[in-house]
Every structure is written in structure tokens, then in C-alpha cells.
Design a protein around this ligand. Structure first.
Ligand SMILES: C[S@@+](CC[C@H](N)C(=O)[O-])C[C@H]1O[C@@H](n2cnc3c(N)ncnc32)[C@H](O)[C@@H]1O
Length: 353
């Protein structure tokens, strides 16, 4: 394989997402009083959630983030405690810098973050939640203008990462189903690397309008083989939560699970497993929390951004692999880093199923 020559853009996205991590920190200190709750000793995740009145999702965004900031840690029995550094955020330590942090407590982003943590999402989202179509409710992905804006917003990232994903995904003759494929760049790059294969790009109709324009542009590029890709792609407008999924050899879920809460992720893992042919492969391209749920900071910041914008958060590889096992897949132990704090994991369906 040729060496990777493109720069990793992670420094840029880390600065972008740091804003959400900062909001978590100030909200935790000043609006949720996390450090005061823990100042009498360690608490289990459930006990702390109970004291703070937090649902699973906000808790699993906030606690890993505070661990990644080295303010909290888990003891040997899995309870959360305040670290030496974190004690400087408690009132009973002198000196402490709670008051200094508190100078930012009135920031509108911080106030809104505190509200969203307590409510497990925004109080109202009249146009629906970004990147999510669920049930009969409104979705920006079904509004032509919003769908275009959101899809094009992801285009640069997809253009940058898709060649790296294509070179790591299995090379095989067969079919790729790119679920919630957005711009379609992951599909187009994989087809370029697999000249005898076909693919389906499944997404909402308004998103596929944009994807078709990007495919036109892709096929008109000077890249060898690009012109022949169009006849090997099928656009399928649908709902991945409810519609029958076409059978496939490889199913790609890129930046997909992280938009959804845990029960929907479990449902999706089951649906994707059912769509795989025997010997098929489920690939996930995403940013993963540590299995110990204590970082890395770049991913806990990203998780905070996703918590703010979507119905999801970042998950650990262990959480994914648990869903895959429950769905009847066999996880491979492989972790393949790509760039921008993303990586690939994959699981296989037995040839006997
Ligand atoms: C974060 S984007 C990821 C797009 C692409 N996979 C990528 O990595 O650039 C999530 C995509 O999920 C799609 N989506 C959301 N709900 C869906 C549903 N119920 N059925 C099909 N697609 C859906 C959105 O339209 C959006 O294109």
C-alpha cells in the first residue's frame, strides 16, 4: 500500500469541539454541582446519576469527559472519585478556582448545555434534530434546504476520510450497502478500489439529491476508473429504522451510530446483521471512547458536540462489540485508526447463518 501523504486534520476538529467540552466543565461545576456531590466520597455511576438526576446519555457524555480532563477517575470498584486536580474545583479546598470558573457560568452556551444535560436534549426542536429522521416527526433531513446544508457540511470530512476508509475496508467482489451514506463519498471511493463490485447508497430523498450531484462531479474527475462508477451505484431513498434493507456483503455505518441513543443502536445492529449475507461484514467508521469510558479528550469533546446536535453520543468499541455479539455477529479484535480521531472496527456474520 502507498504511504498516506494527506495531513491529519484532527488539530482543527479538536479546537472546534473543545467549545463543547468547556461548556460541560462549567455546567458540571456551577449548574450541576458534580464536585460537591462527590466531595463526601466516591459514588457509583448509578448513584451519581441518581443524585444529579441524569439520564444514561448525558451521564455517559459528562462522566467520561470529566475523567478525560483528569478531574474525576474510577477507583478499583468502578466508583467515580475526585482526583487531586479535581479537588481544586471544590469549595472545601483552599485555594480553589470554582469562583474563577464561575465567572463563565452565565455564558448562554453553558446555560443551554446545563439545560440539555438535565433534559437529555433540547427542550424544543421544532425542525427536528440534526442528522436524524425518526418516525413521523419533522426532520431537517427531509427539508430540501436544511438537508443540503447539513449534507454539504459533512462533504469536506467525507472527501478527506473516504480514501482512507476505502483502502482499509475489505477488497472483494460483491455488494456494499452504505447506510445513511450522506454525500456518498465512502461508496464512490470503495467502488473505485473495487472495480467489479456494486453498491447501494441509502439515505433520505433530499440527501440523495445532493449525493447524486456529488456523484456527477466525482465521475467527471480525471481519476482513472471514476467515469464507470455511476452504473454501479443504486440510490435508495428510505428509512433505515423501518424499511427492509437490501441484502449485502459489506455494510458500512459511517458516522451513523453516534447520532442515536443506545436502544436505537441496538435495533440498528440487529437490522444490519439481518441484511448481511452469510460471511458478510459490518464495518463502523466512527470516533470511539476508551473501553474504560475515561477519554480520550478529543472523543469526549466530540461526544459533547454530538450530544448537543443529535440524539446520540460517542460510544466505546466495547459498547459496539457488545451490540454486535447480541445481534449474532462475531467481532474482530482489529482497531484501524484513520484520521481526525476516527477509526474502523468490524464484525462478521458466520457463513452458516
Ligand atoms: C452524520 S450523517 C453521516 C453521513 C455519512 N455516512 C458520512 O459519514 O458522511 C447521518 C446520515 O444519516 C441519515 N439518516 C438519519 N436518519 C435516517 C433514517 N431514518 N434513514 C436513513 N437515513 C437516515 C441522514 O440523512 C444523514 O445523511
Amino acid at each position: 500500500m502507498l504511504p498516506i501523504t494527506q495531513p491529519d486534520l484532527a488539530p482543527i476538529t479538536r479546537h472546534l469541539r473543545a467549545m463543547f467540552g468547556s461548556r460541560l466543565l462549567i455546567a458540571a461545576v456551577y449548574h450541576l454541582h458534580v464536585f460537591e456531590e462527590l466531595s463526601n466520597g466516591p459514588l457509583s455511576i448509578e448513584e451519581l446519576r441518581d443524585r444529579l438526576q441524569l439520564n444514561e446519555r448525558p451521564a455517559m457524555v459528562l462522566f467520561p469527559a470529566l475523567c478525560a480532563m483528569e478531574l474525576l477517575a474510577y477507583n478499583e470498584t468502578g466508583q467515580l472519585y475526585i482526583t487531586e486536580l479535581g479537588h481544586y474545583l471544590t469549595q472545601n479546598q483552599t485555594p480553589n478556582i470554582s469562583g474563577y470558573i464561575g465567572l463563565e457560568q452565565g455564558d448562554p452556551g453553558v446555560i443551554e448545555m446545563a439545560l440539555r444535560l438535565k433534559n437529555d436534549g433540547p427542550l424544543q426542536a421544532p425542525e427536528g434534530i440534526s442528522f436524524v429522521k425518526e418516525g413521523e416527526g419533522p426532520s431537517p433531513m427531509d427539508d430540501p434546504e436544511l438537508a443540503r446544508m447539513l449534507t454539504l457540511g459533512l462533504a469536506g470530512r467525507a472527501r478527506h476520510l473516504s480514501p482512507l476508509v476505502a483502502r482499509n475496508l475489505s477488497k472483494r467482489e460483491g455488494h456494499l450497502l452504505d447506510v445513511a451514506g450522506g454525500t456518498g463519498f465512502y461508496t464512490y471511493e470503495w467502488l473505485l478500489a473495487n472495480p467489479n463490485s456494486t453498491a447501494t447508497l441509502l439515505d433520505r430523498p433530499a440527501v440523495l439529491t445532493v449525493a447524486a450531484e456529488l456523484l456527477d462531479e466525482f465521475t467527471q474527475s480525471e481519476r482513472p476508473g471514476a467515469a464507470g462508477i455511476k452504473e454501479r451505484v443504486t440510490f435508495l431513498a428510505g428509512d433505515m429504522l423501518t424499511d427492509d434493507l437490501p441484502k449485502t456483503d459489506i455494510l458500512l455505518a459511517a458516522s451513523l451510530f453516534h447520532d442515536w441513543p443506545t436502544p436505537i443502536c441496538q435495533l440498528l445492529a440487529n437490522r444490519f446483521t439481518a441484511a448481511l449475507r452469510p460471511g458478510g461484514e459490518l464495518w463502523v467508521h466512527d470516533a470511539f471512547l476508551n473501553d474504560d469510558l475515561d477519554g480520550p479528550l478529543a472523543v469526549t469533546d466530540y461526544s459533547a458536540q454530538l450530544f448537543w446536535n443529535t440524539k446520540g453520543r460517542c460510544y466505546s468499541r466495547a459498547e459496539y462489540r457488545n451490540w454486535f455479539t447480541e445481534a449474532g455477529l462475531e467481532s474482530t479484535p482489529v482497531n484501524i485508526p484513520t484520521q481526525m480521531d476516527y477509526g474502523l472496527i468490524w464484525a462478521t456474520k458466520s457463513v452458516d447463518r
